[in-house]
Design a protein around this ligand. Structure first.
Ligand SMILES: Nc1ncnc2c1ncn2[C@@H]1O[C@H](COP(=O)(O)OP(=O)(O)OP(=O)(O)O)[C@@H](O)[C@H]1O
Length: 387
């Protein structure tokens, strides 16, 4: 199809989407904030009518003092059947199972027709962790985040993963790109497309999924594995990326990757011994030798800097915890991330979106030519491979 024909088709599709969102109570803006293999994510606004009828939406947005959401639109005509019948339902059920935790993106509702599936999600407006690490690294002229900031973010991540495991969900694709930040600096775990239920205790998984650079050695070696232990490995990779601005093992070929893993991570000068110890504890080749989440939470690096121990690891289902989102009067114990330099602020609901309008504030993303990527994205494993 010629360029102008394609543009017209895209415009028509977009207008259909606007209508479909409108009839479900959302004003879809043309601000595209992301895209995936078969999806596009747009900024949208919940109508007051919709908020009245959806308690998840109203309780959450009331606490946030705005009506913005992210709507992920999956094209069912483009996506392979297996994706729409298997992986998408899995993503939705994982998000429903993990509702509601301050550090996991909330799914407010879904709707669909024969062409498209819509996921109405909590908005995380500050981009992903990878972009954040790169921006801060450029700002500091030194790769990686300060350990103090890394600790604050890592706490939130550990809290999110602990919550997922507790409700029986293993993520299996933990990586910096799947960790978003909201406008208050809260970390939000997302992209549960590869997530799986943990099943009976000690049951093993056998599918390769995730991105090579974050994938545990037992998965690269095609062994049966425990999803929780594979997530722990990925946590070690993410922590290394946070504090050093680099992935510890960067190779596209699994066998070369294994060679690097056996050698172990190389740390940059200046990194504290406690942080090295925690990363090493997570990046153990033998899955059962890896620190578990309780040990991570009790590690001296995690506890240094006056950080309070979250009770999330001991939480019982349905219980409100300190780590839950600030709905109504519940103040979060987590401090918003104050390290964002003001000039790098994304946009703020009240300041940037005039009342009663659907104006589209510019979502902050570092300009690609402004920075040399310190982390190269390692291409994801083909989704087809996951079970
Ligand atoms: N809740 C959200 N708030 C803000 N941005 C979001 C949100 N959800 C997704 N995005 C943006 O949209 C992009 C694609 O979303 P997502 O990762 O869910 O799609 P995907 O189809 O799973 O992607 P992939 O095919 O890469 O796995 C994300 O990288 C992120 O930039």
């Amino acid at each position: 199809m010629k360029g102008s024909g394609r543009r017209k088709l895209e415009q028509r599709t977009f207008m259909d989407q606007v209508r479909e969102c409108m009839s479900n109570g959302y004003l879809l803006s043309s601000k595209k904030i992301g895209s995936g293999a078969f999806s596009k994510v747009y900024l949208a606004y919940a109508t007051h009518e919709r908020m009245k009828h959806n308690p998840k939406l109203s309780s959450d947005l009331r606490g946030k003092h705005h009506t913005m959401v992210a709507i992920k639109i999956v094209s069912l005509t483009e996506a392979p059947v297996e994706f729409s019948q298997k992986f998408l339902p899995r993503e939705i059920s994982s998000l429903n199972a993990t509702y509601k935790h301050v550090n996991v993106v909330q799914l407010y509702e879904t709707f669909r027709n024969s062409q498209r599936s819509y996921l109405v999600l909590e908005l995380a407006a500050r981009g992903d962790l990878l972009e954040h690490i790169n921006t801060v690294s450029n700002h500091r002229c030194c790769p990686g985040l300060e350990e103090e900031e890394a600790r604050r973010l890592f706490w939130q991540l550990v809290s999110a993963v602990a919550h997922c495991h507790k409700v029986g969900i293993v993520h299996r694709d933990l990586k910096c790109e799947n960790i978003l930040l909201d406008d208050q600096g809260f970390l939000k775990l997302t992209d549960f497309g590869f997530a799986n239920c943990t099943g009976p205790k000690n049951s093993l998984l056998s599918t390769f999924c995730g991105s090579v650079a974050y994938t545990a050695p037992e998965i690269l070696m095609s062994k049966k594995y425990k999803g929780e232990q594979a997530d722990l490995w990925s946590l070690g990779i993410i922590l290394h990326a946070m504090v050093s601005g680099k992935l510890p093992f960067k190779e596209r070929q699994p066998h070369r990757m294994l060679h690097l893993m056996r050698r172990g991570p190389i740390f940059q000068r200046g990194l504290s011994p406690e942080c090295r110890d925690l990363i090493r504890g997570l990046l153990q080749l033998r899955p059962c030798a890896r620190l578990d989440l309780q040990q991570v939470a009790a590690h001296r690096w995690m506890l240094s800097g006056g950080h309070a121990l979250f009770c999330v690891l001991h939480e019982t289902p349905g219980q409100q915890t300190s780590s839950q989102h600030p709905v109504s009067e519940d103040k979060p114990k987590l401090e918003p991330d104050l390290l964002y330099p003001k000039q790098q602020r994304a946009w703020h609901p009240q300041q940037d979106a005039p009342k009663g309008t659907t104006s589209e504030p510019a979502l902050w993303k570092p300009a690609p030519d402004e920075e040399e990527a310190l982390l190269e994205r390692c291409s994801g494993a083909p989704w087809q491979a996951a079970h």
